[in-house]
Design a protein around this ligand. Structure first.
Ligand code: PCA
Length: 312
């Protein structure tokens, strides 16, 4: 384990993503905000250097970092309610993603609390689309392909469509395509742009599969060392960062789709057959998730569906 040295008194904020990604820039702004107000100095440790993405929650619990940012669906094995984030084809728009977070936040707070983690904010990735070397008209076209995965949902999706799941961290996607290790993947237009995937794949289907969120949290023990005024400043700065992050995510989503097109990729909606297959996969998934989570799933899905407008 790297135990990165930190300046005396400075907090360590660990993330698995690049510092110059839009999430990273938003975190840097949060850090600056707090530095300007005085009292709390935070150092951003990006790209999994302090702890690999999957281990960040544990690193924060164990005091190897005071704060962390991790993809929420990656925390689902331990805190199942975090997995609602990547139920495929449930959330189709930023408005609904926002509503899901409103419903989900108290449940995530409650789930993490006994483990000494306090929620600060969550910011979504742009909607998840399908990249492929070959054109995809139906789910069966993915059979036998090697599909890049980054969480349990993408792994399970790969299994369900008969593809081989290959786990590749976000920062290694370009390399994995170049090395011929993967043929397709589900992720955002932003991640495709960051890894310049047009060098390797031609097709992008805008399937809006889900809006995964990055969760930023603080160790309760570190939080308790702050006085009330400092706690309030951290809470308020996080709320501002959350607002900024949601707006930036939507902006980056649109700009990235354009960039994929400009780089020569075919960017299109899914055809009718693929769309139908996708809906069925989504239903199957929600069912599996409800079975796994049990009653608490109702506390989320019932209010979510009571308000979200089903749109195709
Ligand atoms: N990018 C990250 C998570 C979701 C996304 O859009 C990734 O591909 O790992």
């Amino acid at each position: 384990q790297t135990n990165s040295p930190s300046t005396a008194g400075a907090w360590r904020l660990a993330t698995g993503y690049r510092a110059d990604s839009f999430h990273g820039r938003n975190l840097q702004q949060l850090v600056q905000d707090l530095a300007q107000q005085g009292g709390l100095t935070i150092e951003l440790h990006a790209q999994g250097k302090l702890a690999p993405l999957a281990e960040i929650p544990r690193a924060v619990r164990e005091g190897r970092a005071e704060m962390g940012e991790a993809i929420m669906s990656g925390m689902a094995a331990q805190w199942p309610v975090a997995g609602a984030d990547s139920l495929p084809f449930m959330v189709r728009h930023y408005d609904d993603a926002r509503w899901l977070w409103q419903v989900q936040r108290p449940l995530v707070e409650e789930a993490l609390k006994p483990d000494g983690l306090r929620v600060l904010m969550a910011v979504p990735w742009p909607p998840q689309g399908l990249y492929s070397r070959k054109p995809i008209a139906r789910a069966a076209d993915l059979q036998g392909m090697r599909m890049r995965t980054y969480n349990r949902t993408t792994e399970r999706l790969a299994q369900l469509v008969g593809a081989t799941p290959v786990d590749v961290p976000m920062v290694k996607v370009g390399e994995a395509f170049a090395a011929g290790q993967i043929d397709c993947m589900i992720t955002s237009a932003a991640t495709g742009v960051e890894n310049e995937v047009w060098r390797h794949v031609r097709h992008y289907y805008d399937i809006n599969a889900w809006f995964p969120k990055n969760l930023t949290f603080v160790a309760e023990a570190a939080w308790l060392r702050l006085d009330a005024a400092a706690q309030a400043r951290l809470g308020e700065a996080s709320a501002r960062a959350e607002e900024r992050g949601w707006a930036e995510s939507a902006r980056v989503a649109a700009a990235s789709m354009l960039a994929l097109r400009e780089a020569g990729m075919t960017v299109q909606g899914p055809g009718a057959t693929l769309l139908n297959d996708i809906k069925r996969l989504g239903e199957r998934f929600s069912l599996e998730w409800v079975r796994e989570v049990g009653a608490p799933a109702n506390r989320l899905l019932i209010p979510y569906y009571a308000r979200s407008a089903p749109r195709s």
